[in-house]
Design a protein around this ligand. Structure first.
Ligand SMILES: [Zn+2]
Length: 255
């Protein structure tokens, strides 16, 4: 979701310094390696895959940013105050910084030589927005389980977070616990369309929750929230450890 923001702010200017304030989110690299690898180089281009943003540094190295649940980017002037939970700051020669802000610290930062190899090793599924309908329909295969679990499985389809999975199911009018093997071609097509629609809108709004339409589930999820479609109180349940919000009237379980 942060590719456009990164590209608009942080390309083509030398990195003067890397300020690691919290090394917890560094993976497969240390603060020293990160600084040594990036200092003096410029970010040239970026590539998004699911919740990952890969950034090429002078074509030699790739910076890997994974936004986890609460990760975000903020570009600001050196003398301005950065975001509260800045974990790593990239200091540019032009008197600006880019902060990787991450309150809950599920995000990750790493350095790589080869992005394709990394994705193969991690067995990351195709990006949710790059997959076509024919491939999407093949995802369930012989799998069993709740439809929501499949949407969240990054090995099958990368890039759908918990709240957007709920939003997609709300739009497709599907109960999150619907057994995936019960979905026919028509239902899968509906799910595919809803996935594209929701993710594209979310990207256009830079994933800013306050900008999501009132007709969506997102502004209403939480205790006492009412369905924007029928007015009934929303329900929640735990599906494989994640909280699902849904409307029991609008999202019927496929029998
Ligand atoms: Zn409803």
């Amino acid at each position: 979701m942060f590719k456009q923001y990164f590209d608009a702010t942080s390309l083509h200017q030398p990195v003067d310094d890397v300020d690691v304030r919290n090394a917890y989110i560094l993976k497969e690299t240390s603060a020293r390696e990160l600084g040594r690898g990036l200092k003096g180089r410029s970010f040239e281009s970026s590539r998004r895959h699911g919740k990952h943003l890969f950034v090429s540094a002078d074509g030699e190295l790739w910076l890997r940013l994974h936004f986890g649940m609460t990760g975000s980017l903020q570009y600001f002037k050196n003398d301005e105050q950065g975001p509260r939970h800045a974990r790593v700051l990239f200091v540019f020669a032009n008197n600006h910084r880019l902060a990787f802000d991450d309150q809950r610290q599920f995000g990750q930062i790493g350095l790589l030589r080869d992005v394709d190899e990394f994705m193969k090793k991690r067995a990351l599924g195709p990006d949710a927005l790059e997959i076509d309908l024919a491939k999407f329909r093949k995802i369930p295969g012989k799998r069993r389980g709740a439809v929501k679990t499949i949407l969240l499985n990054q090995r099958l389809i990368a890039g759908i977070g918990n709240i957007y999975a709920d939003e997609i199911l709300f739009r497709a009018r599907m109960h999150p616990a619907t057994e995936i093997s019960r979905l026919d071609e028509k239902a899968l097509t509906k799910l595919f369309r809803a996935t594209h629609y929701i993710l594209q809108k979310a990207i256009a709004a830079k994933a800013d929750v306050n900008q999501m339409p009132k007709s969506w589930l997102l502004p209403h999820r939480g205790k006492g929230g009412k369905c924007p479609r029928c007015g009934r109180e929303l329900k929640s349940s735990r599906i494989r450890g994640r909280t699902a919000w849904f409307c029991a009237r609008c999202q019927k379980r496929t029998a």
